[in-house]
Ligand binder design. Structure first.
Ligand SMILES: Cc1cc2nc3c(=O)[nH]c(=O)nc-3n(C[C@H](O)[C@H](O)[C@H](O)COP(=O)(O)O)c2cc1C
Length: 189
């Protein structure tokens, strides 16, 4: 796959095959993240690979959040079903990663480090795609809850969770959708 093919064909994957992604493949994919550009070589990215026990705890919290978000008119039985579906959905993601960035120094440095860590994420997504592995970036409330920082042992005063990444072999690849480039370019004289 050429770089252009990877950029154009990569899609966010929501449905995964149940097969686990081997640890070596996860590590290889993540190793592309550290080559993202970053100002002053702060290397702010951090990758937390979530183990099975932690994943179950997060799935319980995901379930609770889905139930809390359900409109008040939904009865208890259906609320419980929504919760169960949430638990299953979370558990169906073969690997869950948290990506965070160190947040130190002044506002400008924090912005630069956040931007660099997001570049790292896209490197990882493209490397994954090239290896036949799909990902979904999630900023669901569970990903950034104070209890998640606690669970993962991250200090929110020093580190910011950018998102969770669900990783696995794609079962379904959604169709792309973008405006034409001419709609988003401005040329100044
Ligand atoms: C910062 C960020 C946060 C995202 N959070 C979510 C999310 O919480 N839930 C979700 O379904 N997709 C999330 N996505 C994935 C986008 O929905 C996805 O990139 C978009 O549909 C475009 O699809 P593509 O990646 O296949 O081009 C997020 C993407 C980004 C960049």
């Amino acid at each position: 796959m050429t770089l252009a093919e990877a950029i154009l064909s990569r899609r966010t994957i929501f449905q995964f095959k149940p097969d686990p992604v081997p640890k070596e493949v996860i590590e290889k994919i993540l190793s592309f993240g550290i080559w993202a550009p970053n100002h002053l070589f702060t290397e702010p990215w951090r990758f937390t690979v979530i183990g099975e026990e932690t994943k179950r705890t997060l799935a319980e919290r995901y379930k609770q959040t889905q139930m809390d978000r359900t409109p008040a008119h939904v009865d208890a039985g259906n609320r419980a079903k929504i919760g169960e579906a949430g638990y299953k959905k979370f558990m169906s993601k073969p690997t869950v990663l948290a990506v965070s960035c160190l947040q130190e120094g002044d506002e400008q440095r924090r912005r630069e480090d956040y931007a660099a860590a997001c570049c790292a994420v896209q490197n990882v997504q493209l490397a994954a795609w090239d290896a036949g592995v799909g990902m979904q970036w999630s900023t669901h409330p569970v990903t950034m809850a104070p209890s998640t920082y606690d669970l993962l042992g991250l200090d929110p005063a020093r580190e910011y969770i950018i998102g969770f990444y669900y990783v696995g072999y794609p079962d379904e690849v959604p169709k792309p959708k973008r405006k034409p480039i001419s709609e988003v370019i401005r040329w100044t004289p």
